[in-house]
Design a binder for this molecule. Sequence first.
Ligand SMILES: [Zn+2]
Length: 426
Amino acid sequence: MNFKIYYKMSILIKNIQLNNQIKDILIEGQHIKKIDDTISLQADKIIDGRHKAAVPGLTNGHTHAAMTLMRGYADDMPLMPWLEEKIWPLEQKLTEDDVYWGAKLACLEMIKTGTTNMVDMYHFFAGTARAVDEMGIRAMLTYAGFDFELHTKAETYKKEVKQYFESMHQYSDRIHFAMGPHAIYTVSKKLLMWIKDFAADNGLKIHTHLSETPGEVKDSIKKTGLRPVEYLESIGLLNSNISLAHCIYLNDTEIKMLADNGCQVVHNPASNLKLSSGNNFRYKDLKNAGVTVALGTDGTCSGNNLDMYETMKLASLNGKAAWNNPTIWNAEETFKTACEPAQELTGFKTGKIEETYLADISLIDLNLPEMTPNFNLISNLVYSANGNCVDTLICDGKILMENRHVPGEEEILKQATRVAFDLIKR
Ligand SMILES: [Zn+2]
């Protein structure tokens, strides 16, 4: 008989600022094992936490990772011409290898800016899954669904979804599979219903874009007689397993429907501002109704970077300006919005530095001008810092970046650049 000994790697972080106190944090395997004033135990790796602060790894609640390849390719256009004339034609030429390098670049950027968890929706699922697996972060990955009311497209999509779902055993448990219908204006009712049933049968979450522009609301009413949230409710898609990106144009009835059904909403301030989709996201009303609000960057074609620190600042400042109220989106609440919805949104127990949580932790460099003086760490993180304040990143109990260096980063920049320039020449 063979006996296997599973050895758990341990990391001990000494004397680090955690919630305004100085603590030691012990990580064993994938989890945070112990937090105390002093921990005197041996560990495989000891990190000196002096002049650093520990904060949870952030969750990017909505992105299209491989779009990093198109960063800066088409800016300053309205949403629909931007999609129809620039993005979708270029995406027709993508290959799985392109998506792999684009997603590697996205993961690298996320690691360097403190994000350990993302919700992704894109083409060539296997390319993104392989990249995330290798890079060591977590993700809830969806395969973007479109059928444009065409039966053959719907059938191909169903077949591919089944294949990707069945292929999940080959990836790490840091990756969760979910359903990703693109939007109600690109996916037929029939396919949406199939997606709903497939998700329910297999215990999967669903992520989609919703109510991003006034035109989408107008078209939904014209086509179905219902506003977007009402339409999803009418076909049984609203429940606690669905998260909705954007949701800028909601009326009171729709907010109540989202709350009653336990749906999550992902706000993408950079994308909404840049595409002028709307700056009146109803954060306060959603929150008062009990809806979980998370933050996302959207793809780097519309938000241009994947820095959740910048996203926090934009959400807060834009929210204050839009509602003429400096007290909403306060620093503490904004920071929590980037961390704590992780479990509800993606199913991973992350977003807090507490014993039993998964060990997804950023170590912030406090010896930076923008972090000085350190009266209020969270205020500095939301309003003053950017993602470059992250010195060391741990995900799933493994160090992915130390002293701002990620192993292999030079090769990723080189390959992603090669693939991006090749793509636009095709
Ligand atoms: Zn999007």
